[in-house]
Design a protein around this ligand. Structure first.
Ligand code: ADP
Length: 241
């Protein structure tokens, strides 16, 4: 078996075992203790573990769908600001749990994309979650956005652990992780950035690690083509012309 596959299976086993162990401990506890307050807390913890397992499995399924060319995007005109708002709300719990300050820039003019809103929010949220995950507690995470020459650029930056130069070229490859499975302090399968890249490219865009250095943080940039005006408005303009 090739080395990457071996490593991946080791990481996968580890990633699945932790929440499963937490869930079985929770079940065991709930069976013995009837105290409602403690039970509610265990219940909330179990819900978080199930959500975590669901995310892992969803990411695995997405990667395999993309690999087989079976991931269908539901593209329509979508407001970029709505995508960014959705992503921020999805990632806020992780950012706040780590005690980071979050700075969010908003668009000053309405901007539309031809995209799958859920998938694009997933892209931005994955980058925000990584920023939160790879930044020591009490750091800074920022989301910036600008539109120029028909392209929207969304930037996610942090002041975290950064990525060493030799690893920067590989970071978007499937299963790439800076540390080997045994040294890792953070959970993850090394799928997130590969998924981000695939989803952005399916939208005709690009993603890039703009700059990063050990202990100096990282900045990722996603570029996506914008719609000059929503399709209905353009159609109306065409009729008038
Ligand atoms: P995962 O986080 O599950 O390991 P990803 O594909 O999202 O997988 O990221 C791949 C690797 O890139 C991570 O394991 C981590 O080493 C590195 N990385 C990603 N984002 C950041 C970041 N914002 N700061 C530092 N390292 C990062």
């Amino acid at each position: 078996m090739d080395r990457h596959k071996n490593e991946f299976l080791a990481v996968l086993g580890h990633e699945l075992r932790n929440p499963i162990m937490a869930l079985s401990a929770g079940l065991h506890f709930l069976k013995r203790r009837k105290d409602p307050e403690a039970a509610a807390e265990i219940h909330a913890q179990m819900e978080r573990q199930v959500a975590h397992l669901t995310r892992l499995v969803d990411d695995l399924l997405d990667i395999s769908r993309i690999d087989q060319g079976k991931l269908a995007l539901k593209r329509e005109p979508v407001a970029l600001q709505a995508i960014l708002d959705f992503a921020v709300e999805a990632s806020r719990p992780q950012i706040e749990a780590a005690g980071h300050a979050l700075a969010v820039e908003r668009l000053d003019t309405p901007t539309w994309l031809h995209g799958d809103a859920t998938r694009l929010a997933q892209v931005v949220s994955n980058l925000l979650n990584n920023a939160a995950k790879y930044t020591p507690a009490g750091g800074h995470v920022a989301l910036c956005v600008r539109v120029a020459e028909g392209v929207a650029e969304i930037e996610v930056s942090d002041n975290g652990i950064g990525i060493p130069e030799p690893m920067q070229a590989e970071i978007f490859e499937l299963f790439a992780q800076v540390k080997s499975p045994t040294e890792r302090a953070q959970e993850g399968l090394g799928i997130g950035l590969a998924l981000v890249k695939e989803l952005v490219e399916l939208h005709g865009g690009t993603v890039q690690l703009k700059h990063s250095a050990p202990d100096q943080g990282s900045t990722f940039a996603v570029r996506l083509p914008v719609l000059v005006a929503p399709i209905e408005e353009r159609a109306a303009a065409d009729v008038e012309a």
